[in-house]
Design a protein around this ligand. Structure first.
Ligand code: NAD
Ligand code: TYD
Length: 354
């Protein structure tokens, strides 16, 4: 079958990537979506069960750091657009193991950029390398109402954000030096179904359900700006199709929450949905030592994306949290699978031991 476009989505078996793959496979049946993922602990193909049989979906198990393999993938599938999400994504892990973050996030991105440049050399027209990044590259804000804009100076603090900043710089360097058509978006904290339960929201929902302690770092006063993952996926679709090469767009929901306030909302929602007296699980809140270098506040100004491309988040936070809590409570089997590591066996069953 001849496809109108061949779009490579890296990290498509992860949290945000699986929502992007699902959206694109369903919305663009005339385009082939090539999901390339190494399937680390965070990659789970069962996130994509509902689309894996679609004729426009292909899965490739590969490491983005393997430059030779990236060259082959560009050739084999005639890739003409890239949405690059593959990364190591958890700050706490980056504090314990910064090398893995530098390897995947910096060298892996460089390997993909080089493969794209080589495959598209002399014919950049109609091609796009779209890199998904984070607001954490901008550093931390005070409690002064300021927001990160596209002009905010980079000032990463954690090994994770430093590695993402490094990859963003390489993406822009390939645009400025070689003319590669690239785009970067920097998004705030995402939440929703299929997020690995090491991140705050799914971890705490699972712990509340099982009456386990809720480890709040420091005083719980750090602020994050939360966006429902499907709204991020819609923004990615919009930017991929209508964004201008060479540009940067910030994505965020104007939805700032102090961690402790958000945790109280989670406690109340889980209690209510489990039929417990509302607030009964508050005693699980346990203040623990703060994260090293813990950024105080993130908050995104996404007005450029709204103004230039007409994007708006569709979901109110209360609705998004209710949907998210319900999903995790209804999908305990998924949580059990990913916390036990059993999902790694799913790949072998589906695709053999390649
Ligand atoms: P995730 O950890 O859930 O998924 C990452 C995926 O990348 C996994 O499927 C993993 O198997 C794959 N991967 C890791 N190393 C790889 C390698 N070397 N080669 C190929 N695949 C590899 O992450 P996520 O939360 O879905 O984040 C996706 C992207 O969005 C990341 O680039 C992250 O920096 C960015 N981002 C995340 C958030 C957030 O709140 N989660 C916010 C803004 C930006
Ligand atoms: P996290 O979900 O790890 O995202 P990020 O660090 O990328 O923002 O954490 C969100 C916030 O919750 C952050 O301020 C750290 C805090 N946090 C806790 O207090 N306890 C936890 O167990 C975790 C995982 C996070």
């Amino acid at each position: 079958m001849e496809f109108k476009r061949n779009i490579l989505v890296t990290g498509g078996a992860g949290f945000i990537g699986s929502h992007v793959v699902r959206l694109f496979v369903k919305k663009y049946p005339d385009c082939r979506i090539v999901n390339l993922d190494k399937l680390t602990y965070a990659g789970n193909l069962s996130n994509l069960r509902d689309v894996e049989c679609c004729p426009n979906y292909v899965f490739v198990k590969a490491d983005i750091c393997d430059y030779g393999r990236m060259q082959e993938v560009f050739r084999e599938y005639g890739i003409d657009g890239v949405i690059h999400l593959a990364a190591e994504s958890h700050v706490d892990r980056s504090i314990r193991d910064p090398f893995t973050f530098a390897r995947t996030n910096v060298l892996g991105t460089l390997s993909l950029l080089q493969a794209a440049k080589e495959a598209w050399e002399g014919a950049f027209e109609g091609k796009l390398f779209y890199h998904i990044s984070t607001d954490e590259v901008y550093g931390a804000l005070e409690f002064d109402g300021t927001l990160f804009t596209e002009e905010t100076r980079y000032s990463p603090h954690s090994p994770y954000s430093a590695s993402k900043a490094g990859s963003d710089h390489f993406v822009r360097a390939f645009h400025d030096t070689y003319g590669l058509p690239t785009l970067v978006t920097n998004c705030s904290n995402n939440y929703g179904p299929y997020q690995f339960p090491e991140k705050l929201i799914p971890l705490f929902i699972n712990n509340i359900r099982h009456n386990k302690p809720l480890p709040v770092y420091g005083k719980g006063e750090n602020v994050r700006d939360w966006l429902y993952v499907e709204d991020h996926a819609r923004a990615i679709d919009l930017v991929f199709h209508r964004g201008k090469a060479g540009e940067t767009y910030n994505i965020g929901g104007f939805n700032e929450w102090k961690n402790i306030d958000l945790i109280r909302v989670l406690v109340k929602t889980v209690d209510r949905l489990l039929g417990r007296p509302v607030g009964a699980s508050e005693h699980l809140i346990t203040y623990v030592a703060d994260r090293a270098g813990h950024d105080l506040r993130y908050a995104i100004d996404s007005r450029k994306l709204q103004r230039e491309l007409g994007w708006e988040p569709s979901l109110q936070f209360e609705e998004g949290i209710e949907k998210t809590v319900r999903w995790y409570l209804d999908n305990q089997a998924w949580l059990d699978e990913v916390t036990s590591g059993d999902y790694q066996k799913y790949y072998e069953k589906m695709y053999g031991n390649r």
